[in-house]
Design a protein around this ligand. Structure first.
Ligand code: B1M
Length: 215
């Protein structure tokens, strides 16, 4: 547990240079990679978020914590990845317009790749039209994943989902949404096929979509 605490402390204080090494040490000690991710890094970001909300830290500190987490995830990635040698399908993912948060979206992309999906990552601050054109231009895309981390960008998620629902790719795609402020109720309201709370369950749901298509 103490090595995980070390990872958490390093992420919280934005120590990018040492996070990777600490994660590697935790792996060498035989700790569960999912626990290193959840307890060492995701929980650390929640603490960072709380401190920001309480005005104990500010945007630059959030940014360095995010950078540190990314370094840790890089080391963890091969240990979380499954057998992705066979493609089970192709999907598009992005964070909605106006929103620059990408750690959660990157984790979803990583879990999707681990589950065997080919991932077209549109990045952050993705305009509505870009989601639609990516789905149109890639005829084998069967899932579009939309992430939002701010309450102020939830309307952009609604617009994105609406544009996808109104487009001529609608019949061949499933729309998945997620991100801290998103709820099942909001997903239902905007017409998304699936909401999941975390990256691992997003990959499970995506797999269920492609296996139900094949069946
Ligand atoms: Co910002 N930020 N931020 N931030 N930030 C939050 C989100 C906030 C909750 C902090 C707080 O006040 N407590 C708050 C939002 C409040 C709200 O909207 N109600 C906030 C704010 C206010 C802001 C700014 C407005 C601050 C400012 O400028 N005054 C600004 C906005 C910039 C913009 O986007 N336009 C801003 C900026 C930033 C940074 C750039 C500094 C940095 C992001 C860097 C980056 O991503 N590259 C940052 C960070 C780091 C955070 C916190 C601290 C951490 C976010 C994170 O990476 N969490 C965050 C506080 C918090 O989350 N508690 C906060 C870890 C990550 C793994 O979790 O992304 O939730 P998350 O992903 C989860 C699930 O949500 C889910 O899976 C992941 C776990 O497995 N998931 C999906 C995500 N997408 C999914 C998609 C799916 C399914 C599941 O299917 C498609």
């Amino acid at each position: 547990m103490s090595k995980i605490q070390d990872v958490s402390n390093a992420v919280q204080s934005g120590k990018s240079k040492i996070v990777g090494g600490l994660v590697q040490e935790a792996i060498n000690e035989g700790l569960d990679p999912a626990e290193i991710l959840n307890k060492g890094m995701i929980d650390a970001m929640s603490i960072v978020g709380e401190k920001f909300k309480n005005n104990e830290i500010f945007v630059p500190e959030m940014l360095v914590a995010a950078r540190a987490m990314k370094k840790g995830v890089e080391v963890l990635k091969p240990h979380l990845a499954g057998d992705n040698t066979v493609s089970v399908g192709k999907l598009v993912i992005g964070t909605v317009a106006g929103d620059l948060h990408d750690i959660g979206k990157n984790l979803v992309a990583m879990m999707m790749e681990s589950a065997g999906f080919e991932v077209i990552d549109l990045g952050v601050d993705v305009p509505v039209e870009k989601f639609v054109s990516a789905a149109k231009e890639n005829e084998d895309v069967s899932i579009v994943c939309v992430s939002a981390l701010l309450t102020t960008t939830m309307p952009a998620m609604k617009d994105t989902v609406k544009a996808l629902l109104d487009s001529d790719v609608r019949d061949r795609i499933k729309i998945m949404v997620g991100g801290a402020p998103i709820t099942q109720g909001f997903a239902d309201e905007i017409g998304a096929e699936a909401y999941t709370e975390d990256a691992a369950s997003a990959a499970q749901v995506a797999k269920s979509f492609v296996s139900s298509t094949v069946a």
